[in-house]
Design a binder for this molecule. Sequence first.
Ligand SMILES: [Zn+2]
Length: 281
Amino acid sequence: MPEKRAGARGVRVHRYAASAMPVNAYLVETRRGVVAVDSTLTVSDARRLRQRADDLGKPLRAVLITHAHPDHYGGSVEVVGDDDVPIIAADGVAAVIRRDDEIKEGIIRPMFGDEWPRERRFPNQTMRDGEAISFDDVSFTLMDLGPGESPHDSVWLVGDERLVAFAGDAAYQRMHCYLADGHWESWLANIDRLRGQLAPEAELHFGHGDPAPSWPFDWQEVYITTFIEAIQAADWSDPAAAKDDVVRRMTAYLRGGELQFLMELSVEPVAAKLGLLPNAR
Ligand SMILES: [Zn+2]
């Protein structure tokens, strides 16, 4: 169900919580237009997101992408449709999306079938750290984070006061997390940067989970270290048993947590990165 939240001066932020999997996209409503932030994973969700934008009765101005994962860029083709609307991302985010899309096709097609768009549309306008672009006098400033949760993450800051920010998956709101890209050390450094650079009163919007009264950065740090410790504690002489052990520890740590499949997809890649898989020794 879409939710509406009051935003900073002159904009309203509407959250679109996808139904195929718990991932959020957002519509930033300005006086005369709408800017989408991320585009969900599936055809159906992306079409509903676009419908929601159309229901606001204002033209779509742009799609901004936070980071290089398919649950955030995959639906862009459906959101944009036939309109001449730019899809904007950090240089590095755009490059990784192009580089990895074919690999993602191989992983996501078997899971989601025709709901994973046959044609994906990639960012066609890129920006650098600190650059801003305005729509209806509302500025959107890019904070380029580099590797983190994905191979390339960024944050979009809205307005000159930067009191609204879209932080992608820099932190999940108490759901299982995807660590398979292996950049958890820079992810932790990104969290430190965000803590230091975001206005303390800023309203942050994330890619997964319901809005929370406080920033989820402390929780995210503990999740990351708990996961890495669980991998290190497992006995990798039997990889299947080791994976079961990690999954058991993490589901005990976050009982009933959604997106468990993302965590499960991360176990072997992280073990490999740590040199723990027998065939990697
Ligand atoms: Zn995500």
